[in-house]
Design a protein around this ligand. Structure first.
Ligand SMILES: Cc1cc2nc3c(=O)[nH]c(=O)nc-3n(C[C@H](O)[C@H](O)[C@H](O)COP(=O)(O)O)c2cc1C
Length: 223
């Protein structure tokens, strides 16, 4: 195979650079265990509902690991010993995976282990949507359906069921954000064809929606 100038540059800088400059699959890297989520407290539900809204201006500040942990548990964590989750899914198919795009890499949330399994190295946030805030907000969630798991007797029902399951997860994130002083917006504007290969998705996996999360723009940092 011919070595490109970019690849040579990558070698000379001691970094891996592919000809497409895409992040490398990191599936062999070990999962990152998340701390135990905070499953008590927060604002009363009716207050969180009162404050639920979409926001499109984010501070660049990273989410602390305990916050990310609780957010992911609220989104799509296991809340019962039988493996059921914080959001419903038709026939309990659990066909949605939550991909977690952080500055340092992309991961898939493994609910059973409450861990992040690396799927790609590097910052893929700019590929997670066309709106400006997407590339600088600290977290983008990408909701991905596995069509081999999806319930429904025909195509129309399948789309309805996995779309609904995704919406329920997204609303969990909205409510967690309202409770914890974070801001968020769920998004259909995502170039699915561009992002799917970067996340190493299989042909039976489809991106459904994305959701950006962070602190409100202009929040003073907490030391
Ligand atoms: C399926 C779906 C797709 C959406 N896609 C986008 C999007 O791509 N970009 C965006 O800024 N907002 C998006 N939104 C957010 C809506 O614009 C927002 O929910 C609506 O304006 C109502 O505002 P609220 O969430 O503050 O009540 C989407 C919402 C849903 C439910």
């Amino acid at each position: 195979m011919r070595t490109t100038r970019r690849e040579m540059l990558g070698v000379s800088l001691g970094i891996a650079v592919t000809s497409s400059l895409r992040a490398q699959p990191a599936s062999s890297a070990p999962p990152i265990q998340l701390p135990k989520p905070q499953t008590e407290g927060g604002k009363p539900l009716m207050q969180a509902l009162m404050q639920r809204k979409s926001t499109r201006a984010f501070d660049g500040r990273k989410l602390p690991e305990p916050v990310l942990s609780s957010l992911l548990w609220a989104a799509w964590g296991m809340n019962r010993p039988d493996g059921k989750r914080t959001a419903p899914s038709a026939m309990n198919k659990q066909e949605i995976d939550v991909y977690v795009l952080l500055e340092q890499g992309a991961y898939v949330y493994e609910a059973k282990e409450h861990a992040l399994r690396p799927v790609a190295a590097g910052d893929l946030r700019a590929q997670a949507g066309s709106q400006d805030f997407v590339k600088t907000a600290p977290l983008n969630l990408v909701y991905v359906v596995d069509l081999t798991k999806a319930g429904g007797n025909n195509e129309q029902d399948k789309v309805l069921y996995y779309g609904t399951a995704t919406g329920c997860i997204a609303q969990n994130v909205y409510l967690y954000c309202a409770s914890e002083g974070l801001v968020t917006v769920v998004r259909a504007y995502v170039d699915k064809a561009a992002l799917a290969p970067s996340l190493g998705l299989k042909p039976e996996q489809r991106i459904v929606l994305a959701q950006t999360v962070g602190y409100p723009a202009g929040t003073p940092s907490v030391s």
